[in-house]
Design a binder for this molecule. Structure first.
Ligand SMILES: Nc1nc2c(ncn2[C@@H]2O[C@H](COP(=O)(O)OP(=O)(O)OP(=O)(O)O)[C@@H](O)[C@H]2O)c(=O)[nH]1
Ligand SMILES: [Mg+2]
Length: 290
C-alpha cells in the first residue's frame, strides 16, 4: 500500500512499501487543491474519490529503465524481477553475461528483456544491456541480480532525480542497514579506501560505490562509460563529478546474496576487483577528458 499526497498537479509525495519520496507526475486535481489517496498507484490511474477529494494521477510520466547485470544468477533473478514495482520502472533489461545456467530463460519468463553479452565483466554486462534502452528513457536505474539490493527501495533511489534535485543518486550501504554477513570486512575496507581516495583526489565525499543507483539518461550519455569490469561504478561516480553533475546518496539496505559469492567470497576476486577500482580512480584523474 502506498499513500500519495500533493498540493499541485506536478508533484506528489508518496510513502509506503516502496519507500517514501517525491514523484513528479500528472496529478490532475478535479476537486480541492490538495489530493490524498490511500491506494497503489496503478489503482488511481483513473479518477478516484476519497472522502471529499477527487483526483486523477497518471504514473510513469518519466520513463525509467532498470538495468540488471547478471552472471549465473538463476536462483536469484526470478524472485528479484517479480518484486519490482512496474509502476516505477517501465523497462527492465537484463545483461546476461554469458551465464551457463538458466538466468536468461528465468529472466525472460519474468518479463524482462534479456540481452546476451558474451564479453565477461560487470561493466560489459551493464553496457550490453544499456545498448538496448529505448530512446525516450529519461532515467536509468541499476541493481545487481543476486538479491542483495531490495527492489522495494527503487522509489527512494529514484526520488532525488524525479524531484529535480540530483543527476546521479547512489544507494549507499554505508548509510543504510547491512544484513549480517552481506558485506565482508574486505568489501568494507575496499569501499572505505576507494571513497577516501576519491575524496583526496576529487574533493567529494561519497560513502559507497554501491551498485543500486539511478542516473539521468542525459548525464549517462555525456559520460560515455568505458570501463567493462568492476571499475564501472566508480567511473560513473568520478565522471559525474568531473562534469559538474549534482550527485546525491540515499541510505539503502544490503542483504546477503542468493547463491554462491563470486567476488567478495574469494581472496583473488577481492584483490582483482579492488586493484581495478583503484586503477580506475587514478586513470580518471590522469585522463579527465579521456
Ligand atoms: N562477478 C561477476 N559478476 C557479474 C559479471 N557480469 C555480470 N555480473 C553480475 O554483477 C553483479 C555483481 O556481481 P557479484 O558477483 O554479486 O559481485 P559482488 O557483489 O561484489 O560479490 P558477491 O556478491 O560476493 O559475488 C551480479 O548481479 C552478477 O551476476 C561478471 O563478469 N563477473
Ligand atoms: Mg553481489
Amino acid at each position: 500500500m502506498t499513500s500519495w499526497s500533493g498540493r499541485n498537479r506536478d508533484t506528489l509525495r508518496f510513502s509506503g512499501t516502496n519507500g517514501s519520496g517525491t514523484r513528479r507526475g500528472a496529478c490532475e486535481t478535479l476537486s480541492p487543491t490538495t489530493c490524498v489517496c490511500d491506494a497503489a498507484p496503478a489503482a488511481v490511474a483513473t479518477p478516484v474519490a476519497v472522502g471529499p477529494l477527487i483526483y486523477r494521477y497518471t504514473p510513469q510520466v518519466v520513463p525509467v529503465a532498470l538495468i540488471i547485470p547478471a552472471l549465473d544468477e538463476e536462483h536469484a533473478i526470478g524472485a528479484l524481477l517479480s518484486s519490482i514495482d512496474r509502476t516505477l520502472v517501465r523497462d527492465v533489461i537484463v545483461g546476461d553475461n554469458g551465464s551457463r545456467d538458466a538466468t536468461g530463460t528465468v529472466a525472460a519468463r519474468a518479463g524482462a528483456t534479456v540481452v546476451r553479452v558474451e564479453e565477461r565483466g560487470y561493466g560489459a554486462a551493464c553496457a550490453g544491456a544499456l545498448s538496448k534502452i529505448a530512446d525516450d528513457v529519461d532515467i536509468v536505474l541499476f541493481m545487481d541480480a543476486d538479491g542483495s539490493d531490495d527492489p522495494a527501495e527503487a522509489g527512494l533511489v529514484l526520488a532525488p532525480i524525479e524531484a529535480g534535485q540530483a543527476d546521479l543518486v547512489i544507494g549507499s550501504r554505508a548509510l543504510g542497514v547491512v544484513e549480517r554477513g552481506a558485506l565482508t570486512p574486505q568489501q568494507r575496507f575496499g569501499n572505505r579506501l576507494a571513497t577516501f581516495l576519491i575524496r583526496l583526489i576529487y574533493g567529494h565525499r561519497y560513502t559507497d560505490l554501491g551498485p543500486f543507483r539511478a542516473i539521468r539518461r542525459e548525464l549517462l550519455d555525456r559520460i560515455g562509460m568505458q570501463d567493462r569490469r568492476f571499475g564501472w561504478t566508480v567511473e560513473m561516480q568520478i565522471r559525474a563529478l568531473q562534469l559538474g553533475a549534482r550527485v546525491a546518496e540515499v541510505p539503502v539496505k544490503y542483504r546477503r546474496r542468493v547463491g554462491r559469492s563470486k567476488i567478495s567470497g574469494t581472496v583473488t576476486g577481492v584483490i582483482k576487483a579492488g586493484w581495478w577500482i583503484v586503477y580506475t580512480i587514478i586513470k580518471c584523474r590522469l585522463r579527465p577528458n579521456r
